[in-house]
Structures are given as C-alpha cells and as structure tokens.
Design a protein around this ligand. Structure first.
Ligand code: SF4
Length: 689
C-alpha cells in the first residue's frame, strides 16, 4: 500500500563508524536521529495513529548522552496489546531509575504502517523519542507466548538489526528475550543473543552492569580497547553467560539421533553451565514495581492500574506453564498492596484497579485487602477487579466486596474441563457440586452472567468428557434461569496446547481437525438451549503455538521462512498466517505432526532439558503418570511438600508467605474478615492432620 503522505527527508540508516559513535557511553556518544518528522506525515494513512505518538503520562525521555547503557524494551505485538504488559513496565522503571541507564519502548507497527516505513527507510523506532532500534545497546523483547516470533524477526530487520545472531557485529544491539516463551527459546536460537529465564528484575540490573562495564572497557585506553571486534563480542557473550539465569544459545549444540529425536543439548564453550538455572527473586517486597505506570494514549486491552499481589502458584494444574515455571509462591504484603494502589490511582487517574496474579483469590490476606480497598473507594468511581479467580463460593463473596461500587454484572470461572475425571487428570480440584453451588450463590446474590472457560484436546480425553462441558453449561444455565430470565451463561472453549516444563510436556496435541470435531459435538449438544452461549477459538489457532512451544532448534528455519513469506501477527484472527506457515514448514522440512501430534516417551530428550525451571524432570514425569491414572495432588501451600524440586534449589524448605510462614489457603466460605482465618501453623497442622 502506498501512502498519500508527503515525503520528508528521512535520516539514513547508519552503518559502521556512525553506529559505533551513537553507541558510545555517555557524553562520548553522538545523538541518534529522531524519525518523528518522517513518521508523523504517515499517520494520516494508518489505523490507530495514536499508538505511534508516545508522550504518555509517566513515560520517561532521558538524554542520550547522559546514559552509559541504552535499552529498547520491545513487545512483539501492537501497542494496544503490549502497552499494559507488566513485565515491560517493571523493567522500564527499574532501568530508568538507574543513573547510568536509559530505557525506551517499542511495539510492532501494524501491517498498514510497516510497508510505508520500509518504503521510506524508517526503522523500528522507540515510542519515547522515535529513536532507531539499531542505536540501542540492548534490544530486549518480552515473549509472553510464542505467537510473536515472526514479529520479533520483523522488528529486528525493520530496525536495521541483522535478524541472525551470526550476522551481527559489535556495533549492533544485543538481542535478549525473556518471558514465559523464553523457557524454550530453541526455535529462536539463531536469532537471539541470549534468553533470560525467570524473574527479570534482578538479572536485568546485572546484565545492565555487564554491558556498562564492557562498554567502558572498550573505550580508548580501556582494558578491551585493542581487542578485535569479533573477539570483543565473544567476550561480551561469555560475560553474559556467566550471569545466573542467562542462556546464550550459541554456546550450546543440540545433538540428534539418526531417527531425528534429540539426543541432548551440550555446551560447546568452556565454563558455561550444562544446566542453566532460572532466576528467582525471593522477596517481592524488595521490588515494589511498577509504581509510576504509564497511562496509554489510546485504547488498549487493559486500562487499569495493576498491582501484582503475588507471584507463582502451587495449585499444580498440569496444563499450566505459568503456574509451574513461576514457583514458589511469593506474596506482597497487604500494606504494600494498599500503598501501591493508593499512590498509583492518585498518580494515573485510572478508575479501575486490577489485583493481579495467577490465582488472585489465593493470596493469604485477600479478604482484608479486598475489604480495605473496597472501603477506600466506596462511593467513588474507582472499581476493583480480580482477574484470576477460583471456582468456589468464596469468590462470590469476594466479588461482592469488590463490586460494592458497581453493578453485579459478570463473573468468570475456569473449571477447564467438563467431567470430574478430566478435572482429576488436569489436577483442577473442583467438583461439579462446587461449581453448581457457586453458580447458585452468584445468581441468587444478584449476579447476571457467568462465563465458564474450558479446554478440549486434553490428554486422555474421550468424547464423553467433551460432552460433559456442554452438560455442565446446560446445568449452569438452568440455575441462571431460576433467578432471572435475562441471566446469561457463556461457555468458552479453546484447544489445549502442551507446553514445556509442565507434566503435559510429553503429551500429544490434538490436530485442528480433531478440535473441530469436538467443537461440533458441543455445538450439537447445546443446540436446544438457545440462551446458553458458546464461544470458541479458531481450531487452527493452536497449530503455530504448539509447534513453537515444543519445537527444537530445527524449527528456527520455519520461523525464518514464514517471516520471509510474510507471516506477521500470528495470534491475530485478522492475519490468517497458517497457510504461510504450512508453506514454510514444507520448504524447510519441518514436520508438524512429528513435533506436535506425537506423544514423547520418558527417555526422549526434550529441547529445553538443559534449561532449569527448578522443577525436577523426574517429578514432572511422575505427575504425568499420575495424570494418566486420574490421581490428584494437593496444593503444597496447605499440604506437605511433594518435592517438585523448586524450594531446595532456592535453599528454602517450603513455599513460604510474606510472614515467613506457610501460605494460608483461603476458606471456601463467607469471609467475614481476617479474624476468621486461622493462623498459619494452625492451618497447616489441621490440613496435615
Ligand atoms: S518444593 Fe515442595 S513446597 Fe516447594 S513448591 Fe515444590 S512441592 Fe511446594
């Protein structure tokens, strides 16, 4: 698409010495150009132009020549999706608080802007000062899932950064990735310099120090000044690999059996660990971020002030990668939560507060926290939300508390599977009785709508398990109708994608055809229940995600080819890229069925075996066996430790709460205040006994 905007002079893409000059530390650097004058005229020709403008409240624009290190923090999707990402906001604030560092953000330009940028020679740019990506020391990308991989390559290429690591020089940025998908970065191995595993706060500071010291040593008269560029880059990579939690793929080689299975991935560089550990911060209180949250300029997927109330989850849902890799549970103190919310709402003007975590109702003091916040904001326009909740009556009580300011509209629960047996397989310990009682409580207390989330394609699933989803929806809808003809129930069904570092990492994924067949069964079963709504994901949605989640280094060829063939925004319905991917897989010899639709056996090496999420592989295998015999495992917050491996690696004996004691379970009954909760040791004793 050609733009109608007038052509303005565009600063040239710098090469060689010019790049080196821009990247020198502090006052020795020359300022990189701003591309704003070239970008602005294009904005009349693209959708949602405000996403490219910057200038948000709490953004930070620092002077280039005041900084020793400069980071471009990137989310490989649009501003609308990426702006609320807490990971980026946390690192942005931590880096910008350092006197020697500067951090700016970038997002993927939508498909209407990219061709205009390429046509005019405008590189990937930062939002704050519209500086080019190639000028930064670090191009840090967060990967919350696998569907941003082609966008990552595109952002690099568009930003004047060679997309292959082997083609980068010492004058190019380091390309680092973090986030959940970085726990298997093998499909990105040829494109990234390093993956950061685990909590990013502390390790980012350490990486920043490595880069700062290295740059200083490269300056005239410095210890590394005379080193050849190639040797210097190798030295830098070695220093990065020495930081705990940093994995440098170029220092490891995968070996394969003749039949194509992976034998193992081994170091090819002396001194690097054969098992790369994840990074864990043990006390969230030491990292109370982000405090000055950026207020978006335009519509985004979440517009609220968010506070992470705890990190980690030990409920043990076997499909849940986030729950597994973020263990153990670490809570924020109630007084810190209250302070962050109070100061944040005042500063940002958001009128919604989200109390975030993987299962927010499980914070041991959630009752008092919710009550205090509800008291504070009663009678104001500020509403409170708890995005991740469990299926039990306690949640209704809690939601009533949080909804004091507003109408009781909708509640969302995630039973995940329809039959009791299937919920035992996935270790989602909720009975049908619990769910129906919860629905009864909610509708009787004035809630008007319930959404239920389910997955299909789970291991051991039979057709009767699939139909049980429809039946549970029908029963819930029957309860809804008792309390009001306009009450609604929606069942939302998506296909399961097995993920690394979970007990289901060995499982076969269902093909899109099988997912379609199962969805048709559900649709048929509910056809006579007109008020019960069914929402489904595209059955083909999981194909690319599944391949990239468990792919090995050979899949990188397909990622690169798919990007070259035009794949972008692989998670978007508007961008059906599957045919492009199928062509890329065919051209590169990547067999989708072999990578995704095949169950692995115990002895097969997995592409992420050399990356340590803290969980023992033996424990994951045992849990996989338990799943297949419908055995459930209790949450270790209120049962004895079952030795998943995480806590000994952190030199702690058990998953502990902010009090230093065991995390308290919340009780599935009316809350009534903190006095209704037993003290930690008592509770633990009663569970144990
Ligand atoms: S090591 Fe034990 S206490 Fe710690 S997270 Fe694993 S099961 Fe829970």
């Amino acid at each position: 698409m050609l733009g109608t905007a007038p052509t303005v002079p565009v600063p040239p893409m710098a090469t060689g010495d010019d790049r080196a000059a821009v990247r020198r530390p502090g006052a020795a650097a020359t300022e990189p150009p701003s591309y704003w004058d070239a970008i602005e005229p294009l904005l009349t020709d693209v959708k949602k132009p405000a996403q490219y403008v910057g200038g948000e409240h709490n953004q930070q624009v620092s002077t280039w020549t005041d900084a020793q290190t400069r980071w471009l923090l990137c989310y490989p999707d649009t501003y609308e999706v990426g702006q609320p990402n807490q990971g980026i906001q946390i690192l942005y604030e931590i880096l910008n608080e350092r006197a020697t560092a500067l951090a700016e953000r970038c997002y993927a330009p939508w498909v209407d802007l990219e061709p205009l940028m390429r046509e005019r020679g405008i590189p990937t740019f930062s939002l704050e000062a519209h500086r080019p990506a190639w000028a930064f020391d670090v191009f840090g990308v967060t990967l919350p899932h696998e569907l941003g991989h082609t966008n990552l390559l595109n952002l690099l290429d568009l930003g004047g950064v060679p997309h292959r690591t082997a083609d980068r020089s010492i004058d190019d940025p380091l390309v680092l990735v973090g986030g959940h998908a970085a726990y298997n970065p093998e499909p990105l191995a040829p494109f990234i310099d390093a993956a950061i595993m685990g909590d990013g706060e502390q390790v980012t500071v350490e990486v920043d120090d490595v880069v700062r010291v290295f740059k200083a040593e490269r300056e005239p008269g410095g210890a590394l000044a005379e080193l050849a560029d190639e040797d210097a880059r190798h030295r830098l990579m070695r220093r990065l690999a020495a930081v705990e939690g940093v994995y440098v793929p170029a220092f490891y080689t995968p070996k394969y059996h003749e039949d194509g299975r992976l034998k193992r991935t081994v170091p090819n560089e002396s001194g690097v660990p054969s098992l790369v550990p994840k990074r864990t911060i043990q006390d969230l209180e030491e990292w109370p971020y982000p405090q000055r949250q950026i207020v978006p300029m335009t519509e985004t997927v979440h517009e609220r002030f968010s506070v992470e109330i705890f990190r980690g989850c030990t409920r043990g849902c076997r499909f849940c990668q986030a729950g597994m890799i973020t263990r153990p549970v670490r809570e924020r103190r109630p007084e810190t939560i209250n302070r962050l919310v109070e100061e944040g709402v005042k500063d940002t003007g958001f009128n919604e507060v989200g109390l975030l975590s993987l299962s927010s109702a499980d914070h041991s003091a959630i009752g008092p926290v919710a009550r205090d916040l509800a008291d504070t904001y009663e009678g104001t326009t500020t509403s409170l939300s708890l995005p991740s909740t469990r299926v039990d009556a306690f949640n209704v009580t809690l939601s009533n508390e949080l909804a004091r300011n507003g109408r009781r509209t909708g509640l969302t629960f995630a039973p995940e599977a329809g039959s009791e047996r299937m919920r035992a397989v996935i270790n989602k310990m909720v009975s049908e009785e619990d769910l129906l009682r919860t629905a009864e409580t909610a509708f009787s207390e004035g809630w008007r709508q319930i959404k239920l989330y389910f997955m299909i394609g789970l291991p051991t699933e039979e057709d009767e398990d699939v139909l049980a989803i429809a039946d549970l929806g029908i029963k819930t809808y029957g309860i809804a109708r008792k309390y009001g003809k306009a009450n609604k129930v929606t069942i939302s069904v998506g296909g399961f994608v097995p993920k690394p570092h979970t007990p289901f990492q060995w499982a076969a994924q269902d093909s899109p055809e099988e997912i379609k067949r199962k969805l048709a069964m559900i649709r048929h079963r509910i056809k006579d229940h007109g008020g019960l709504k069914l929402r489904t994901n595209d059955p083909e949605e999981g194909v690319i995600e599944g391949l990239l989640a468990r792919g090995d280094r050979r899949v990188a060829a397909a990622v690169e080819r798919a990007w070259q063939l035009g794949a972008r925004f692989d998670g978007w319905h508007e961008m059906p890229t599957l045919e492009t991917w199928r062509q890329a897989m065919a051209e590169t010899g990547v067999d989708l069925a072999w990578f995704s639709y095949r169950e692995r056996d115990e002895n097969e090496a997995l592409p992420w075996d050399h990356l340590d999420s803290g969980l023992e592989k033996g424990w994951l295998w045992e849990d996989w066996q338990d799943a297949q015999s419908d055995q459930q495992l209790d949450d270790c917050r209120w049962s004895p430790c079952y030795d998943c491996g995480v806590c000994p690696g952190l030199s702690i004996e058990h998953d502990t709460g902010y009090t230093g004691g065991f995390q308290l379970p919340v009780l599935p009954s009316n809350l009534g205040g903190s006095e209704s909760l037993p003290t930690t040791p008592e509770r633990y004793a009663s569970s144990d006994g």
